[in-house]
Design a protein around this ligand. Sequence first.
Ligand code: AMP
Length: 380
Amino acid sequence: MPAQLPGIERLGDLNGKKVLVRVDFNTPVHLVDGRLEVADDFRIRATLPLLEDLKSRGALVACMTHFGRPNGKVVPEFSVEPVRRRLNELCDGIQLLENLRFNPGEEANDPAFGASLVEGFDCFINEAFGASHRAHASIMIPPTLLPSAAGPNLQKEVSTLLGALENPVRPFVAIVGGAKVKDKLAITKVLSQKADAVIVGGGMAYTFEFAEGRTIGGSLFDETNVENCRELLATGKIRIPIDSRGLENGQPFGPDGGIAPVQSFGEDIPEGSMGLDIGTLSAAMFVEEILNAGTILWNGPMGVFEDTRFATGTEAIANAVATSKGFSVVGGGDSVAAIQKFHLENEVDFVSTGGGASLELVELGDLPGLRALRDSKVGA
Ligand code: AMP
């Protein structure tokens, strides 16, 4: 496991100090009476313990965040104004700088832009786990110029994810799903080395099924990764579905649903059909393995869970993860969305807030933003 991150204690007495905090307030917004307002303030509320703590120590605090994708230009609809209003309602006296991505220097990791951000500040805290896999200026440059530390949420995300991975209570069962096998191969490989079993579901499972010599009809398929899937299957750790549910090829599916009858398949899917969810036998087999686990790491849905016809597999897995006595960690955007859809977010031990960041941390064991904090020698 990489060395410990520097904590806030490292910054010493903060009374009267100007503290710059990188947060991830990239929250959904919606129109209310013609004005954009924050639709979900979870990410803002998550930073309140740190912000209140800093205020109580007498620090003067400014936060900075990216917000949407304005692509290096000032785009009024991507102003942080709605976020600033909500932040001020939740916590008095905290400044919020304008959207970092209004300046092309942010995503280009431009040292001059990074230096302009820290002007007038005494120290820097990174509390943006969800942005720490990106080598952007606001993440990378401040630790080279100011005494710097990791915020409590960042610390907790990293220690929980790496702790589950490196010191799991066994059996350690990992679950990966989602649409694209190419996006998830690297993490599946790492997990096959660390876990006792890796359950593979969702659209990505069909390339594994094909690699085993089954027919998969018109299901999602990535021809270029068949050999990689075959190699992973040879580890003996990978569990793939033994049945599926789906539709005739070409029938619509998705959040708006459809009326075509749902088809059930065994191991093979016929030429004219596609698989969109794991079947009941697979769900029962996976649930049993999950209920016996000491540690569970879940990333990615088992099917097109946005369509109620194909949410059954993901719901069964979500329930098992929630009920299992094992230590359960859910990470990655869509499995978090799934666990929220089934109202089980409070039943699991830890929900990681950073989709891409949690995937990359599990895959590579470290992130650029974490390295920047550990390398920060200013004031040490
Ligand atoms: P990802 O972003 O790769 O985690 O994929 C999540 C998406 O995969 C969700 O929107 C699901 O609807 C989709 N998905 C899961 N299983 C399937 C499947 N069998 N066929 C098509 N899409 C799927």
